[in-house]
Each structure stands twice: as structure tokens, then as C-alpha cells.
Design a protein around this ligand. Structure first.
Ligand code: S6P
Ligand code: ZN
Length: 188
């Protein structure tokens, strides 16, 4: 059935969602560059929430759209800002739209050829993620970074390619500012 939800554009909260995911530092060990820094934090007894996803998940079939809000906490692992795992869609011809709601961040995009793009996201900015581009979002600010997304419900998520090869670029803090640098561990 058709339905409506409210998206609070100040608090970035949805009045309704049917799936909530909480992703902690321990879930992201393979994705951050500085694994020793991840281990130090975990061994110190801390396992912070890096991001949460509030999803309106539809039947996983062609024609449906999933939509929701992702909230990334502020923080860093070594010099690398808190971020999502990032993924290609399993159905590579599917695309996605992001809308910035709160805070500051960037979206890192990458094709399998190694071609990359990096676009800032802030309140009101709409980003189009075309087919075949992997995407990862990164919180480069001091507060929460939240955005709305919508994508094909049957897209699927290929996290393994990113787990193995990483992104060609890292977003790190240098001299108090975000900088996009080459990832020495990237496997083309
Ligand atoms: C799904 C869409 C977002 C992300 C979310 C978390 O296609 O791009 O909902 O799932 O931002 O990122 P990730 O990479 O851990 O799925
Ligand atoms: Zn996606």
C-alpha cells in the first residue's frame, strides 16, 4: 500500500522505519586503513557506534525503492574520519540519490576501473550516484552527519569488493582539515 512518513529536517529523524542497523567500530576493522588504531580502541574497551541506518525496507524486487536516513557519528580512527563501509550495488545498473540533512561530510565514489570522485555533502545538497559507482560517505565535521537516501530495493550490496580492495582514496584529517589522499593499500 502507498504510505507516508515524516522526515524531520532538523533532527534528521524519520517518523517510521522498519529496519534499524547499528554499525560499530568492531564491524569496520577491515574497512579502516589503520587497523592497529582500531585494535587499540577495542582493546581499550571501547567500541563506539560509527553509524546507524534507519531504513524503509521494501520487498527486494524490481520496481520498489528503499529509502531512509544514515547518521554517521563524529570521530576518527587514527587520522581517518568515521565513515560507512561503502559498496557497489550487486545489480550494477542501479543508481541512488542522497540528500544532505545535517552536518558536513563527503561522498567518495569509485568505478571498478579505479576512476574516483569526491563530492561534499551538506544540508540541502542532492547527490546523484550513477550506476556502477561504489559509494562511501564520510563524516568530516565535529557533529553528526546525516543524509537521506533512496535506491532500488533489489540493488543488493557488494561489500566484499571494498573489503578486499578498499577505495583508491582515503579522507583524513591533516592540520585540522579534511584532505583526500591516495590509499597506499588500494588494490586496483
Ligand atoms: C544503500 C545506501 C545507504 C547505505 C548506508 C550505509 O544502498 O547507499 O543506505 O547502505 O549509508 O552504508 P553501507 O556502505 O555500510 O551500506
Ligand atoms: Zn548504495
Amino acid at each position: 500500500m502507498p504510505y507516508a512518513v515524516l522526515l524531520d529536517l532538523v533532527t534528521a529523524s524519520l517518523s517510521y522505519f522498519n529496519k534499524k542497523s547499528i554499525v560499530r567500530l568492531s564491524d569496520l576493522r577491515d574497512f579502516f586503513f589503520d587497523k592497529a588504531a582500531v585494535d587499540r580502541t577495542l582493546l581499550g574497551g571501547q567500541n563506539p557506534i560509527v553509524y546507524e541506518v534507519y531504513d524503509n525496507s521494501q520487498p527486494q524486487s524490481e520496481g520498489h525503492l528503499n529509502f531512509g536516513v544514515t547518521v554517521i557519528s563524529p570521530g576518527k580512527v587514527g587520522s581517518e574520519y568515521f565513515m560507512t563501509r561503502g559498496h557497489y550495488h550487486t545489480k550494477e545498473h542501479t543508481s541512488e540519490v542522497y540528500l544532505g540533512i545535517e552536518g558536513e561530510g563527503v561522498i567518495l565514489l569509485q568505478r571498478r576501473s579505479g576512476k574516483v570522485a569526491c563530492l561534499p555533502i551538506m544540508k540541502g545538497r542532492v547527490i546523484y550516484v550513477p550506476p556502477s559507482w561504489a559509494h562511501r560517505t564520510i563524516n568530516t565535521g565535529d557533529g553528526k552527519f546525516s543524509f537521506f537516501y533512496v535506491y532500488s530495493a533489489d540493488a543488493g550490496h557488494d561489500y566484499e569488493s571494498i573489503r578486499k580492495s578498499g577505495f583508491a582514496k582515503l579522507v583524513v584529517e591533516k592540520g585540522g582539515k579534511p584532505e583526500v589522499v591516495d590509499n597506499p593499500n588500494f588494490i586496483a
